[in-house]
Design a protein around this ligand. Structure first.
Ligand code: NAP
Length: 282
């Protein structure tokens, strides 16, 4: 990869940032396409977020991804926010169009694209979502828009209720349950798709599982948003019970691919991006 005077700059703002796979994924696409861009990690402290966003304009950065912990708070510094991003209250992509900063979220669409790439269309399916945090909101709104029936289970029940309530204008078939054995046992029996958006099972706590494994049935598609480790305990138990299961690497790649296309107008090679991310994870 050559960096020239003409090279256009893309990047990611986060805190911490050194663990981010986004530079690897995007620079792999840039190299494969031989285009004149570079994607840079920026360590942005929470108290300097406003300065960093102003820097997008002054440094003429073409676009950035936004990651933890800035996805919600960055909204107040933007000129415009896409309707879907406003609904979920989170922005992961900023486009700089002649100094006007527009915010979008590619998390939900990236999740849906990755599901379709793996299993085909899931429009109208019955989904049990574990978790009610930031990623659950993005996933739930995307699934509600394609007519899915949604049950949200969360450790803090009131957060599941709040998320279900905020989805009611998009979907009539949405309800909340506590993340407890009896309630999960009932909901999972009717589900086609199980999505884990909790951090349970993430490295280094990789022996943990968000639901009792004996409740998993062979008719389920199991999507664990976690990608480190690549085979979580949930994925191992699902496969052992005859269910189909994938991790969150594809979501990471597809949300990145959508951002890349928004900035450059070029469809990036998702297989190259996924391979680069998988190699980096080891
Ligand atoms: P978040 O907003 O902090 O939400 C965390 C969720 O996990 C909450 O629902 C929380 O429940 C639940 N939780 C945490 N510890 C728990 C425990 N011990 N038992 C039961 N529930 C627990 O985080 P997020 O941004 O949504 O991220 C969640 C996970 O998704 C992380 O592992 C992250 O790496 C992954 N992720 C992957 C992608 C991707 O592209 N693949 C994208 C985004 C996120 P309470 O409400 O009760 O606290």
């Amino acid at each position: 990869m050559k960096v020239l005077g003409s090279t256009k700059v893309l990047g990611v703002f986060g805190h911490p940032i050194s663990h981010s796979l986004s530079p690897i994924i995007h620079n792999a696409a840039i190299e494969a396409l031989s285009v004149d861009y570079i994607y840079v990690p920026f360590h942005v402290l929470p108290e300097r977020l406003d300065d960093a966003v102003r820097g997008i304009r002054s440094l003429q950065i073409l676009g950035v991804n936004i990651t933890i912990p800035h996805k919600e708070r960055v909204i107040e510094y933007l000129d415009e926010v896409d309707e879907a991003a406003r609904a979920i209250g989170s922005v992961n992509t900023i486009i700089n169009e002649d100094d006007r900063l527009k915010g979008f979220s590619t998390d939900g669409p990236g999740f849906l694209r990755s599901v379709e790439a793996e299993w085909g269309k899931v429009d109208g399916c019955r989904v049990l979502i574990l978790g009610a945090g930031g990623s659950a909101r993005a996933v739930a709104f995307a699934l509600a828009e394609i007519g899915c029936e949604i049950v949200i289970a969360n450790r803090t029940y009131s957060r599941a209720q709040e998320l279900a309530e905020s989805l009611k204008s998009t979907s009539k078939n949405v309800s909340a349950i506590p993340l407890e054995r009896e309630a999960i046992a009932e909901a999972i029996g009717f589900a086609d798709l199980l999505v884990n958006t909790t951090s349970v099972g993430m490295h280094p706590d990789s022996d943990a599982i968000p639901i009792p494994s004996d409740l998993i049935h062979s008719g389920l598609l199991v999507y664990d948003l976690i990608y480190n480790p690549p085979r979580t305990k949930l994925i191992q138990e699902a496969v052992a019970r005859g269910a189909k299961a994938i991790n969150g690497l594809k979501m990471l790649v597809y949300q990145g691919a959508l951002s890349f296309e928004m900035w450059t107008g070029i469809k990036p090679p998702v297989d190259v991006m996924e391979h680069a991310a998988a190699c980096a994870l080891g």
